[in-house]
Design a protein around this ligand. Structure first.
Ligand code: SLL
Length: 156
């Protein structure tokens, strides 16, 4: 299929995590005793931004090797994984594109931030809400996209 020469289309998305401290009131049934945190990690579109499913087909999250079945695949939105644990680590995220994009998968990484961070006031607010949010806005660039995919990207 022909590629559209000298064209690059960039699309934004968010890679993020949320984490909260577990205690007897919010600990899911069967959680190992040493798991002190609940968390989720996700890939999503930016608010009021373009729909990521125009280009994103599925997402694989590779968790720390201490997790059973540590490669987790999500085939449709929401692209997110919920877990519990005790330590933070780098999550390796593999983005698979829609077939018409004719593009190889790409990797991103995300530091799963479990502890409150930032200024003293920010740390205080995160403790009060029992919620630590860490989000990065990323870009994916499609260089010289194939024609049908270019049409799809630019028709929304
Ligand atoms: C590291 N921060 O990067 C350390 C280790 C380990 C995380 C983090 C529990 C897994 C389980 C868990 O929280 N692992 O036992 O299910 O090397």
């Amino acid at each position: 299929t022909k590629r559209v020469k000298s064209i690059r289309v960039a699309r934004p998305f968010i890679v993020g995590s949320q984490a909260w401290a577990l205690d007897e009131s919010n600990k899911p049934e069967g959680t190992p005793a040493d798991h002190s945190k609940g968390w989720k990690v996700y890939v999503k579109g930016i608010e009021n931004g373009p729909d990521i499913t125009t280009w994103l087909k599925k997402v694989q999250f590779k968790l720390h090797h201490t997790y059973a079945n540590n490669t987790r695949t999500v085939e449709s939105p929401p692209f997110e994984i919920h877990e519990t644990g005790w330590g933070g680590f780098q999550v390796e995220i593999r983005l698979f594109f829609v077939p018409e994009a004719n593009e190889k998968p790409q990797w991103r990484t995300h530091l799963l931030q479990l502890e409150p961070y930032g200024t003293d006031a920010e740390i205080q607010a995160q403790k009060e809400k029992n919620l630590v949010v860490s989000e990065i806005c990323e870009m994916v660039d499609f260089n010289e996209p194939v024609e049908p995919f270019y049409a799809k990207l630019t028709s929304e």
